[in-house]
Write a protein that binds this ligand. Structure first.
Ligand code: PLP
Length: 442
């Protein structure tokens, strides 16, 4: 049992005083103080258990004993940096390579998704000798200045769009220009990127990279239409650019059927650069960039060393290796597939009773429920989504969050050990809350 050092009110008062207020808390009106966790469960200072539908970082379950043991054993033995020759970094890179298409065979280890995306940007610009970047609307790729610049989700609230950044429409077949009823939404959305490239060329500029999450999560748990990525890659490469897949949220088997979400986009599709982070170390700061021999070669050719103090250290790599073992041993991809399908089925069933549920979408344990005040106009039901999240926490001890441009998508991204019973419980609770809200609103 964890020992609590401060009363909750004291922790909160110190947090307000000592920690920058732009670092926000979940449930800021009445935050939860979590003192320990296991699997998909969080425990507060009173021993109250919360079901965790938020923590995609704690991929194989909070405080998994195999991960803890691997980290402790390596920490006890050695923790140098990647300038010393060591087995862990190469063994780990080799294991990661086995999950990726053959051409993605060179790795750079870093400490966060932001570091990975910043390096991806450097690699792309160095290899292509072009500057400009195309990103999807509402995207978020990290907190460094370089990434705020390519994250419409952030730069729209700040200094605005840089001249080297170009925003393509989010290929959202629920509320975007081309819906499910379009004969080929993948091609239609890819053509918007083609048009954008032509516009960039007319300005005398050149594309270095197209950057996108393989499943846009911050954009609202979006499933890209079939054929989109393949076509975009073709257009971007013929403009001399590279395709960067941000797998920071979606990688490591979350989609169930595949290890990487970009693999959902078809056998023949392969990005030029893949960035990974969050789930990679189960909470330990571990992230990575995978790329091709040619791109890595161009980066080496600039003659400047890439040194990252903590990236790829023996402890991080031991943690990463242990995580890969757990995914396999516990068949967590199979679990994501089965539980995710059940969850989607249950949510679709309650959609027939609640008009506020506009759309249910997802793959594996990457699921979104989009709430709307009116199904025809698809007006975002932001307030309802916030009320559902609050009531789930207060009445049912379930932690869940919202996302999307209007915070109207209730987002499931739980640890991969999430069970059938967990899925049933959450859907039952959402059903009860919506029924109750409909009764009191009528
Ligand atoms: C899609 C995506 N890319 C990159 C990042 C940045 O990762 P980090 O917070 O580890 O720097 C995030 C973080 O939320 C993310 O969601």
């Amino acid at each position: 049992m964890a020992v609590e050092k401060l009363r909750k009110e004291e922790t909160l008062e110190m947090r307000r005083r000592l920690i920058g207020q732009s670092c926000r808390l979940f449930y800021s009106d009445d935050p939860v103080k979590i003192v320990r966790a296991r699997g998909q469960y969080l425990f507060d200072e009173n021993g109250e258990r919360y079901l965790d539908c938020i923590s995609n970082v704690h991929h194989v379950g909070h405080c998994h004993p195999s991960i803890t043991a691997a980290a402790a054993a390596q920490m006890d033995l050695l923790n140098t940096n990647a300038r010393f020759l060591h087995d862990n970094i190469v063994t780990y890179a080799d294991r990661l390579a086995a999950t990726l298409p053959e051409k993605l065979c060179v790795f750079y280890f870093v400490n966060s998704g932001s570091e990975a995306n910043d390096l991806a940007l450097r690699l792309a610009q160095q290899y292509t000798q072009h500057e400009d970047v195309i990103v999807l609307d509402h995207a978020y790729h990290g907190h460094l200045m370089s990434l705020i610049d390519i994250s419409p989700y952030k730069f729209r609230k700040l200094a605005g769009q840089k001249e080297w950044v170009h925003v393509a429409p989010l290929p959202d077949t629920y509320r975007g220009t081309y819906g499910e009823d379009h004969p080929n939404p993948g091609q239609a959305y890819a053509d918007t990127v083609k048009d954008l490239i032509e516009e960039v060329h007319r300005k005398g500029r050149k594309i270095s990279a197209f950057f996108a999450e393989s499943l846009p999560s911050v954009g609202g748990q979006i499933i890209l239409p079939q054929g989109y990525s393949t076509k975009v890659a073709e257009y971007v490469r013929s403009a001399g650019g590279v395709f960067v897949a941000d797998e920071v949220q979606t990688g490591f088997g979350r989609v169930g059927s595949h290890f990487w979400a970009f693999q959902l986009h078809g056998e023949g599709f392969c990005p030029d650069i893949v960035t990974m982070g969050k789930p990679m170390g189960n909470g330990h700061p571990l992230a990575c960039v995978a790329t091709t021999v040619e791109i890595a070669g161009a980066f080496t050719a600039n003659g400047v060393e890439y040194f990252n103090t903590f990236g790829g250290n023996p402890v991080s790599c031991a943690v990463g290796l242990a995580l890969l073992d757990v995914i396999e041993k516990e068949d967590l991809r199979g679990n994501a597939l089965r539980v995710g399908a059940h969850l989607k089925h249950l949510l679709t069933k309650i959609q027939t009773r609640h008009r506020v549920i506009g759309d249910v979408r997802g793959v594996g344990l990457f699921v979104g429920v989009e709430l709307v005040t009116d199904r025809e106009r698809k007006t975002p039901a932001t307030e309802t989504a916030a009320r559902v999240v609050k009531r789930l926490k207060e009445e049912d001890k379930i932690c869940i969050s919202t996302d999307g441009p209007w915070e109207s998508v209730v987002k499931f991204k739980p640890p991969m050990c999430f069970s059938m019973e967990d899925a049933e419980l959450v859907v039952q609770c959402i059903d009860r809350i919506l029924t109750d809200m409909e009764a009191s609103d009528s």
